[in-house]
Design a protein around this ligand. Structure first.
Ligand SMILES: Nc1ncnc2c1ncn2[C@@H]1O[C@H](COP(=O)(O)OP(=O)(O)O)[C@@H](O)[C@H]1O
Ligand SMILES: [Mg+2]
Length: 266
């Protein structure tokens, strides 16, 4: 079976300097891949590159069997590779309904979105700027899903959300993948929660892949494998991200992750 999304030895960065090196994975329809790593690990760079917003320095991205490096991001989005950015890309003065109507909605997908996000029904005419963070994230996801994507990439879905809200949204992502066959690339700050709904996982540190396995295996080895790279306790319900990222950002933490490659490519 041709994977719906295949990334091979992808390297990307800014001003010619790589901040992401040799990322490779295959994602089949209906699969969820969790891409995890501390702040600055290269997760957003990976999503921007796969969705065509950033040109890779090296590597191949294949969407439904077709190489797509160089294809315009709006064209990719129209053909089913849809990206929910970390700022959610919403318009505060537009209503929920306007958000779901502005894109080319697929009728069947629209009906399913109503089932996946019943909480949005009473908010249809509400301006998005007046909604809670969790409701806004639902709108961002719904807006992506009414386009019936084949690949959905979600950057930091839980950013700024209470853990309870985040933990109620993650199972919906699993359901979306199972029921629609959409493949999901999930960048998530709640690593343990992301692993609990994912099929595969990739852990990035300093732009390099430091662990890649089935989500189940990584979850089983959570403390041993991930603590070193994420720096926090294997606590599924609380976000270890803030302290982790504070530490990793300047590498001044007491327990720095092992450097995967000490030589900086030029
Ligand atoms: N526009 C940019 N210009 C230069 N460097 C950037 C830019 N965006 C991100 N970076 C750097 O690239 C690295 C990876 O960033 P990013 O992909 O945003 O990581 P993550 O999403 O995992 O937090 C970081 O060191 C960051 O400072
Ligand atoms: Mg990011």
């Amino acid at each position: 079976m041709t994977p719906v999304l295949e990334v091979s030895e992808l390297s990307a960065g800014y001003g010619g300097l790589p901040v992401l090196r040799d990322l490779s994975f295959r994602l089949d329809a209906g699969e969820v891949l969790a891409l995890i790593g501390a702040n600055g690990a290269g997760k957003t760079t990976a999503l921007l590159t796969i969705s065509g917003l950033l040109r890779p320095l090296a590597g191949v991205v294949t969407f439904e069997g077709v190489p797509v490096v160089g294809v315009r991001p709006d064209r990719l989005a129209r053909s089913g590779l849809v990206h929910v950015p970390d700022d959610r890309g919403l318009f505060p003065s537009l209503t929920v309904a306007e958000h779901l109507d502005v894109v080319r909605a697929d009728r069947a997908a629209r009906a399913r979105v109503d089932e996946w996000f019943p909480a949005l029904a009473p908010l249809t005419d509400r301006r998005v700027g007046l909604l809670s963070g969790g409701e806004q994230q639902m709108v961002a996801l719904a807006q992506a899903l009414v386009r019936a994507p084949r690949v959905l990439m979600i950057d930091e879905m839980s950013l700024g959300l209470a853990p309870m809200v985040a933990s109620s949204l993650l199972p919906v992502i699993r359901r979306v993948a199972d029921e629609s066959g959409c493949a999901v690339l999930l960048v998530e700050q709640h690593a343990a929660m992301a692993l609990s709904i994912a099929d595969q996982a990739v852990v990035l540190a300093h732009g390099s892949v430091v662990a890649q396995d089935s989500a189940g295996s990584l979850e089983a080895n959570f403390t041993r494998v991930l603590d070193g790279y994420l720096g926090g306790p294997a606590d599924g319900e609380t976000s270890a991200r803030t302290s982790v990222e504070d530490e990793s950002e300047d590498d001044a933490g007491g327990n720095p992750p092992p450097e995967p490659s000490s030589t900086e490519p030029n």
